[in-house]
Structures are given as C-alpha cells and as structure tokens.
Design a protein around this ligand. Structure first.
Ligand SMILES: Nc1nc2c(ncn2[C@@H]2O[C@H](COP(=O)(O)OP(=O)(O)OP(=O)(O)O)[C@@H](O)[C@H]2O)c(=O)[nH]1
Ligand SMILES: [Mg+2]
Length: 484
C-alpha cells in the first residue's frame, strides 16, 4: 500500500532538502514530481491540481522556523495537506442514539461487502460493546447467506435467518422486528452486488433505505481500493442515487496505489470511515487521515502500531516473559512467544513500516521474505523441541540434536545454527536485564553504571538479535544474512 507513492515523494523531497529557504524556483522541480507521483498513483486530476496549488502557496509563504530546515517544513506542509484531502479527523459511526441503528452495506460485486459486514460486527461487538444482528439480504446470490452465517459463527454474532424469497426491504423490516425482540442495538444488513451500476440494484437499495428511513440508517459503501479511480466514480454514482453516509475502502492490504484513498473524500464529500486490510475478521482499521499521511510520507505510524500491539498481544504471556526477562532468563519458549506475537501483528514489512524512517530502509533492503522464511524455519525447529529443551536448550546434545532435526525436517547443522543464534540472543537479553536492574550494559560505553539506562529518543526499537551484538562480531542476525 502506497509504497510507490512514498518512494516517489522521498525522491521529490531531495530538491528542497539542504536549501536555506524555499523559493518559487527551488520548489518547482519538487512540485512537478509530487504532481506526477500523485497522478501515477491514480489520484483524481482535480484533487492533484488543488493539492499541488495548496502546497505551493503554503510553502512559499511559510516563514522559516528556527531549528527546522525547509526540507522538514515542506514535509510537514505535505503531511497537513494530505491529511486534509483525506478528511482531517476520523469520523466513526454515531451509534450512541436511542433505538436500533440499521447499517446498510452496499457496493458492487465482489468488493468485500460480506467480509466487511462480519468485520464491522466484530468491531462493534468488541470495541463499542454493541449487541449486533447480522442480516443476509442478498437475494441475488443466495450463497451469500451461508457465507455470512459462517462468519457469524466464527465471530460469535447472531445472524438473522432471512427468507430469501422476500424482497430485501421486507427482509430488512423483518430483521428489525427480530432485533427489537432480542434487544439488539445495531442491525447490519448485507446487500447484493452487481457487476456494474445497474438501475434494478439502485432501485432495490433505494427501497430498502426508504423502508428504514424513520430509523435514520447508516449506508456504508464498500469500495475496492485496488480499482483506483473506478472506485471513486462508483462511489459517487451510489451516493448520488441513494445517499451514502460513509465509505469503506477494502483490500487496502493489496498493492492499491492509493488513488482511491486520496480522492474519494474530496470528490464525493462522503467521509471514509473504515479501511479493510485483509481477509481475517480482525483486519479492520478506523480511517485516520493523519496517520495515513504519516505512513505515506514515511513518518511512521507509531500510534497504530501501539494499538495493534494492545489488541493482539496476550497480556499474561507478555507478563510472564517480562518476569523471566527481569530475572535475566530468556528461554526458547519465550522466544517462540515473541515470534508469535510479532506475526500476530502482521508481516514484518507491515510492522516495520509503522516505525518512523523504516519505510526508506525497507526499500533499500528490498525483499524481507528470506527473513520471514528463516523465522518460519526457527518455529518448526522449536516445535520439535520438548518442553524441557525449550526451558533449557543447553541439554540439547548429539541424540537430541538428531531427533529435533528429524522431527523438523531440517539438518543437524541448521538446528546447531539456530541454537548458536539463540545463545547470542540469550546473552544480549541477559545484558539488557542487567542494565534494567541498574547494572549498566556490559561493554557499552556511555551507559554508565550510576547513570543507569539512558534512553535515546531517536533509537529504533530493537527486536532481539536484530543488529546489536551480532553486527559488532560481523556475524549474521538470526533473521538471516545482512538484515539491518
Ligand atoms: N485481501 C483482501 N481480500 C478481501 C478483503 N475483503 C474481502 N476480500 C476478499 O474478496 C472476495 C470478495 O469478498 P466478499 O466479501 O464476498 O465480497 P462481496 O462484495 O460481498 O461480493 P458479492 O456478495 O458477490 O457482491 C473474497 O474472496 C474475500 O475474501 C480485504 O480487505 N483484503
Ligand atoms: Mg456478498
């Protein structure tokens, strides 16, 4: 997502970096490249024109702030304008009103409506503590009912047993009656899609909306971010025909160029409310224009990373690990848990991109898949180790080594390599624990005993074994050759 755009922006900024003042002349080249980058990302041309004009006006008029170089100032202006075209602050659904809130999910065929219906139900249930009823109202493709029932079971949300021979508006009304009886507060209605915008579908959706009108329904339009400008146009057509209250960008985990995210709000006037980021039910994010602008500009998105961690990391696991850690103990079992926590957060690249400045570094490194493959191999090796071995890897000698290699389908050398790397990690963790307990980091100048732990606000968060000691020894990190 946005990789190409980020890279092109980084290139464009080179022209203003190191300048003492931004002038009409030295900004021209940068703006030209920004403009091309946006057009290539499939951003609506009117949006591009207004955006570039606004950035130009602000940059030239800007007073040089002491201590901030014009390059940084320019990035800040870009950030503010990007966030602005995407809609300033996040606007979530207003559900805190009396009565049942009907949420109608609309959009073309295969855009991700049914998947999103499930994700939204889970989000409203867990984050907003709402009692939700899911309603299949896709009479066009009856299999959609079974699809929604499967999702409902998975996320433990009730699914209405719709009679698909009825008109979708009657299904909706029957579902509302049922929801009243069951004291539900939100009813999510999944509707049918069509290949193209078609009169019949629009007429049907209008009727469903009209039937619910007295309840002030939310109408969420799901648009596939991969389709760029097409998503923008279709959203506009839907909005003009039935009145949409929010847009959901789906498939943002794919290599969507960003055009839809950057244009849709500006062109339709409808706020983007959610971003769907994958096929799993928890892959849903609120749309935060400022955070997205930061990701595009490679300024990181630490807030989202922290939220992701809070949602996905098992507290008791983290606590037991921390306790071990304080005692200077780091076991293979802890390491496995740590790897699991990381993979729960997403792919290595997606996590690293949320850390300021790491986007550019990732572009230099290129492919992270060898590192991920090595992580997988380590997991397989660990899964062949007994509990006792995981608690104390030092007992692994000849016959155990053979058994682990056989069990994990690896060679004895690979198991030995893993244990060697683990030993390095253990030493590092031991050193860090000593430092946390006030002992200072062994052998690290500047981290004096009495001064204790000095934090460096610019330091990158380090995963065990990433860089650090291995680098000094000229060896390889546990993630494979040459990473970091
Ligand atoms: N990668 C990715 N795939 C998604 C996402 N959302 C949906 N999909 C996939 O896209 C396909 C279509 O999703 P559905 O939810 O069935 O789409 P729909 O709009 O309900 O389709 P119709 O009911 O046929 O109109 C499925 O294979 C989903 O798994 C997403 O955010 N990311
Ligand atoms: Mg569907």
């Amino acid at each position: 997502m946005f990789d190409t755009l980020s890279e092109k922006f980084a290139n464009a900024f080179k022209y203003v970096q190191g300048k003492t003042k931004i002038s009409e002349e030295n900004i021209e080249e940068t703006l030209k490249e920004v403009r091309t980058a946006l057009l290539e990302a499939d951003v609506n041309f009117k949006v591009v024109k207004e955006f570039v004009a606004a950035v130009k006006e602000k940059s030239i008029g800007e007073k040089v702030i002491k201590g901030v170089n014009p390059g940084e100032q320019f990035v800040k202006i870009m950030h503010d304008e990007l966030a602005k075209i995407m809609g300033d602050a996040n606007e979530e659904l207003n559900l805190d009103r009396p009565g049942i809130v009907p949420v109608l999910i609309v959009g073309l065929n295969g855009q991700g409506k049914t998947t999103f219906s499930g994700k939204l139900a889970l989000h409203l249930k867990t984050k907003r503590k709402k009692d939700v009823l899911l309603v299949p109202a896709d009479t066009f493709r009856p299999a959609a009912k079974a699809q929604l029932q499967t999702l409902g079971k998975q996320i433990e949300v009730d699914v209405f047993d719709s009679d698909l021979s009825m008109h979708p508006k009657d299904i909706a009304l029957a579902a509302i009656e049922e929801a009243k009886k069951r004291h539900k507060s939100v009813v999510i209605i999944d509707t049918a899609g069509r290949l193209h915008v078609d009169e019949e579908l629009m007429g049907q959706l209008k009727e469903v909306k009209a039937a619910l009108n007295s309840m002030n329904p939310e109408v969420l339009m799901v648009a596939d971010a991969m389709t760029g400008q097409a998503a923008v146009e279709v959203s506009k057509t839907f909005h003009d025909a039935i009145g949409v209250t929010g847009i959901v960008l789906s498939k943002m985990d794919s290599d969507a160029k960003g055009g839809a995210a950057l244009s849709i709000r500006h062109v339709t006037g409808v706020p983007i409310r959610y971003v769907s980021m994958g096929e799993k039910m928890k892959d849903l994010e609120l749309f935060h224009p400022d955070r997205l602008a930061k990701r595009i500009l490679d300024m990181g998105d630490v807030l989202s990373l922290v939220e992701k961690a809070q949602d996905n990391i098992n507290e008791s696991d983290a606590e037991s690990m921390m306790n071990n850690f304080k005692k200077g103990k780091f076991t293979v079992e802890d390491f496995l848990k740590q790897m699991d926590m990381m993979s729960n957060l997403g792919s290595m690249a997606s996590i690293l991109k949320m850390i300021p400045g790491m986007g550019g570094m990732l572009r230099q490194i290129g492919d992270l898949s060898p590192a991920e493959a090595e992580m997988k191999r380590m997991k397989v090796i660990i899964s062949s180790m007994t509990t006792q071995e995981r608690q104390d890897y030092k007992i692994v000698k000849e016959s155990r080594l053979k058994r682990i290699a056989r069990g994990s389908g690896t060679t004895e050398q690979q198991v030995k390599d893993f244990l060697g790397k683990f030993k390095q990690m253990e030493q590092m963790m031991g050193g860090m624990a000593a430092m946390m307990n006030g002992g200072g980091f062994p052998g690290m100048p500047g981290m004096g005993q009495k001064k204790g732990f000095r934090t460096d606000p610019n330091a990158m968060p380090q995963f065990p074994g990433m860089g650090g000691k291995e680098k000094k020894k000229g060896g390889k990190g546990p993630w494979g050759k040459g990473y970091f």
